[in-house]
Ligand binder design. Structure first.
Ligand SMILES: [Zn+2]
Length: 162
């Protein structure tokens, strides 16, 4: 199973975001660096997250069960990430009073193959389970979500910015 490395401060921040927007979904992007598989060790490759960016939920029609980041906002996030040497590593959103499992809509709207999709269940306003799914596959036709482990690092790295 692949893993996602997340500093505790970011893990807490995305869960807090879900509590703030409850009973609506929150969403945002995860920025980081991809560490390739090192053949000299047993360490699996994967994303190391260094930052999280909150995004406005543009799905005002049914913000409680759908999410989307406006393309113009996404372009801005990506450009900003690049200036810090980071890439978009994935996306996060919350499921108010629903399990931290991807939905059919989540799957249909996931197009960033190789990126991770983090979902937090917010039960009665409190963040509960957080899961991460890697969007695996080669292209849109054979994409699939694979559950991955979340490794929470003790502290944010020195690259954390104010
Ligand atoms: Zn969802």
């Amino acid at each position: 199973m692949s893993s996602l490395r997340l500093p505790r401060t970011i893990y807490e921040a995305i869960r807090a975001h879900g509590e703030e927007t409850y009973p609506h979904e929150c969403c945002g992007a995860l920025l980081g660096r991809f560490i390739a598989v090192d053949s000299s060790s047993d360490e699996a490759g994967g994303w190391v997250i260094e930052d999280a960016v909150r995004a406005g939920n543009t799905r005002t029609d049914s913000a409680h069960n759908r999410y989307q980041i406006a393309p113009v906002e996404l372009v801005k996030i990506e450009r900003e990430a690049r200036t810090h040497g980071l890439d978009i590593a994935g996306f996060y959103h919350s499921h108010p009073d629903h399990p931290a499992q991807w939905s059919k809509t989540d799957f249909e709207e996931a197009h960033w193959i190789g990126c991770c999709y983090v979902i937090t269940e917010v039960a009665q306003g409190k963040a509960a389970v957080t899961n991460s799914f890697l969007l695996a596959g080669q292209r849109e036709e054979d994409k699939r979500f694979e559950r991955q482990t979340i490794e929470i690092a003790g502290d944010a790295t020195e690259s954390q910015r104010e």
